[in-house]
Design a protein around this ligand. Structure first.
Ligand code: 13P
Length: 251
């Protein structure tokens, strides 16, 4: 049985005051032991503070990105070891905003995934097609390419510690989520593709859906057999929405 995960990607939002308010509301409303794992991913500069606020709670800490290199002269970068040192358990790699706005390549993302694993972090690999790619019937090609580079570098066994998030780019921040059946189709494809290398790992890997998940649509998305929770953007900044999504993953 795969334990679902609901992860909040705060992106470049928040302030110390807003984070304090949000975490207080999350703590007040969260059951002591939710069925799903709950993760929040604040910006780098707030990780330590948010980690302190959420200490000994049901919430785990995640970062939004990590450097592919272990240490050295890489101005502005943050290493996997630093993230561990700061209390992170998870880290997002290959978010579409990193791929598209900062030109991160599949190869770089695969190295980030490996760097995270090497330091004991659980990487959440984000994959997903753009609208033009979907309309051209290329969704599976794109997702397979993004996935295969990671599987080639780290091996399917690496997914024992990793998570995959399918986030169709056209659904991110648009209010237009993938239909549950559309999400299920791609999730089943991802599981099959991992299964071609290692059936046991494929059956155990958590596959999250991301893209305009809200309290109002979470339950129907999470009801799909291969959807094991969600990666939540905008709705993770509102405690009541995020908690309702977390509850939907435990239903
Ligand atoms: P939204 O939930 O705001 O669509 O964002 C999804 C996302 O990008 C999470 O990583």
């Amino acid at each position: 049985m795969r334990r679902p995960i609901v992860a909040g990607n705060w992106k470049m939002h928040g302030s110390r005051a807003e984070n304090a308010r949000l975490t207080e509301e999350l703590l007040a409303g969260c059951p002591a032991q939710p069925r799903a794992s709950a993760v929040v991913c604040p910006p780098f500069v707030y990780l330590q503070e948010v980690g302190r606020l959420l200490r000994d709670s049901a919430f785990s800490l995640g970062a939004q990105d990590v450097c592919a290199d272990a240490q050295g002269a890489f101005t502005g970068e943050v290493s996997a070891a630093m993230l561990r040192d700061t209390g992170c358990e998870y880290v997002l790699v290959g978010h579409s905003e990193r791929r598209l706005l900062y030109r991160e390549s599949d190869q770089l993302i695969a190295r980030k995934f490996a760097a995270a694993l090497a330091r004991g972090l659980k990487p959440i690999l984000c994959v997903g097609e753009q609208l033009a790619e979907r309309e051209a019937g290329r969704t599976q090609d794109v997702v397979a390419r993004q996935l295969d580079v990671v599987l080639e570098l780290s091996g399917a066994g690496a997914l024992a510690q990793g998570v995959i998030a399918y986030e169709p780019v056209w659904a991110i921040g648009t209010g237009r989520n993938a239909a549950p059946e559309q999400a299920q189709e791609v999730h089943a494809f991802i599981r099959e593709r991992i299964g071609a290398r290692d059936a046991r790992i494929a059956a155990a890997t958590r596959l999250l859906y991301g893209g305009s998940v809200k309290a109002g649509n979470a339950a129907e998305l999470f009801a799909m057999p291969d959807v094991d929770g969600g990666l939540i953007g905008g709705a993770s900044l509102k405690a009541d929405e995020f908690l309702a999504i977390l509850a939907a993953a435990g239903a």
